[in-house]
Design a protein around this ligand. Structure first.
Ligand code: PA5
Length: 433
């Protein structure tokens, strides 16, 4: 089975392969600490062995719940924020057609609520749902996060009013803690179908738990293949894997070596708009894991070629503290060639008969060289195609690299103390006791 590839040859002008190789022992120690649960934040390393521990029975239960929802609804509203929605959206968007949500589709289309505090967004969402047969997947580990709690309070009233309390109950799935939190109490009282977020998996590492699996399965994607891909990556980045063959370890070492040379911002770049939310998910994963104690690479993302027409100037000639990691997808789902035109006013006939992806690839190679020449180191992650199997690999690859990277940086990659500061101020301003 093919594995996604990591190419670090384009950092050669900036750091030597020997410098990266010097991380060999540190990476091995960090990886071992993750697997043995002996490092900082070790009560949150449940994700490390997760793919290989998921049973057939468990997946069957997820699939059965998804099937019942699919039969009942046209639209799924995922209510959750941060780690409780970004992973699901990243996977669903990667695998969906670009215009699926605008048209009738076989499986429910997925939309999101509780991801902001915008009154307009919420009002417009309610208006949109008025004539739809919809269901809700409400996700909150703590069960007390303000944004999803407000959204769910409103949507729960609406769904009960529209379908009646009994039918509404069958249209709601709750994903939360096994014991604590307000959502757990509501779910138990109302008798919702409930899935548990394991105690030892933090929000941003939870996409392969029901947090991601339930919405992904309801959207109609193959969660078994997703887990299969993640499992392969779990095996190939295991504690006894050699450094050179452990792509998560090599990626973590390369980023860390660049950071030490003052490359303080990493831009995750894609050339396929389906990957935009992989960038959003990745920013949370790395930003919340590394950004503490006045340390950490700032995670940014860019969608090329669109952002070459906006951020391109800065990347080429701005402050030289950037490096890029490109996710390059080799295969396309569709084939489309550029047509011949008799007049050729636009002077594009030299491309007639060529696939659009051929042009995209040349844009990528041209940009890569320009950015390297401009002083921006580049890392490439190569994926054969956007399918469940490869997206599953990609998720686990980034999670493992992030865990190792956090330990290389000597921070706890599994807490997020800084997230509380704004909440404290907000609650004070709101007059919460
Ligand atoms: O990674 C995290 O811990 C956060 O992004 C949380 O996922 C987010 O705040 C949502 O929390 P909860 O699932 O408790 O509602």
């Amino acid at each position: 089975m093919e594995q996604i590839k990591l190419d670090i040859s384009n950092v050669d002008n900036f750091i030597s392969q020997a410098t990266i190789g010097d991380y060999k022992n540190q990476v091995a120690d960090a990886n071992k600490a993750l697997h043995e649960g002996t490092g900082t934040g070790n009560d949150f390393v449940g994700w490390v062995g997760l793919p290989s521990s998921i049973t057939d029975e468990y997946l069957a239960e997820v699939e059965e719940t998804a099937k019942k929802m699919q039969e009942n609804i046209d639209v799924l509203v995922v209510v959750g924020i941060g780690g409780s929605y970004l992973g699901a959206k990243a996977v669903i968007d990667s695998l969906s057609g670009s215009f699926d949500n605008f048209d009738k589709r076989e499986n429910p289309r997925v939309i999101y609520a509780g991801i902001n505090l915008s009154e307009d967004y919420m009002a417009e969402l309610r208006e949109f749902l008025k004539d739809k047969s919809y269901g809700i997947c409400v996700i909150s580990k703590s069960g007390t996060t303000t944004e999803p709690a407000i959204a769910f309070r409103i949507l729960k009233n609406d769904i009960e009013e529209k379908f009646g309390k009994k039918d509404a109950k069958n249209r709601i799935v709750a994903i939360t803690d096994a014991e604590k939190g307000a959502l757990k109490i509501v779910a138990d009282n109302e008798g919702y179908k409930t899935f548990v977020i394991p105690d030892n998996v933090g929000g941003r590492y939870s996409v392969l738990t029901p947090v991601g699996l339930i919405p992904i399965a309801i959207a109609g994607f193959d969660i078994r293949k997703l887990i299969e891909g993640a499992k392969l990556m779990e095996q190939n980045t295991s504690a006894d894997q050699e450094f050179e063959n452990n792509i998560a370890g090599v990626y973590a070492a390369t980023r860390n070596a660049l950071y030490k040379r003052n490359y303080k911002t990493e831009i995750l770049v894609n050339y396929n708009p389906k990957l935009q939310y992989v960038g959003e998910w990745w920013k949370q994963l790395f930003g919340e894991s590394e950004g503490k104690e006045n340390k950490g690479i700032f995670p940014a993302s860019a969608n090329f070629t669109s952002d070459l027409h906006s951020l391109g100037q800065y990347i080429q000639e701005g402050e030289r503290t950037l490096f890029e990691t490109i996710i390059s997808v080799k295969g396309t789902k569709h084939k489309l060639t550029i047509p011949e035109n008799k007049e050729d006013h636009d002077k594009l006939n030299y491309l007639a008969g060529k696939n659009i992806e051929f042009v995209n690839e040349k844009a990528m190679l041209g940009t890569l060289q320009a950015h390297i020449d401009g002083g921006v180191p580049n890392i490439i992650i190569e994926i054969p195609e956007l399918s469940e199997f490869y997206v599953g690999q990609l998720i686990y690859f980034f999670e493992k690299a992030c865990g190792i990277g956090g330990y290389l940086l000597e921070v706890n990659p599994f807490d997020q103390p800084g997230v509380e500061a704004y909440k404290k101020n907000m609650f004070k301003l709101l007059g919460k006791e």
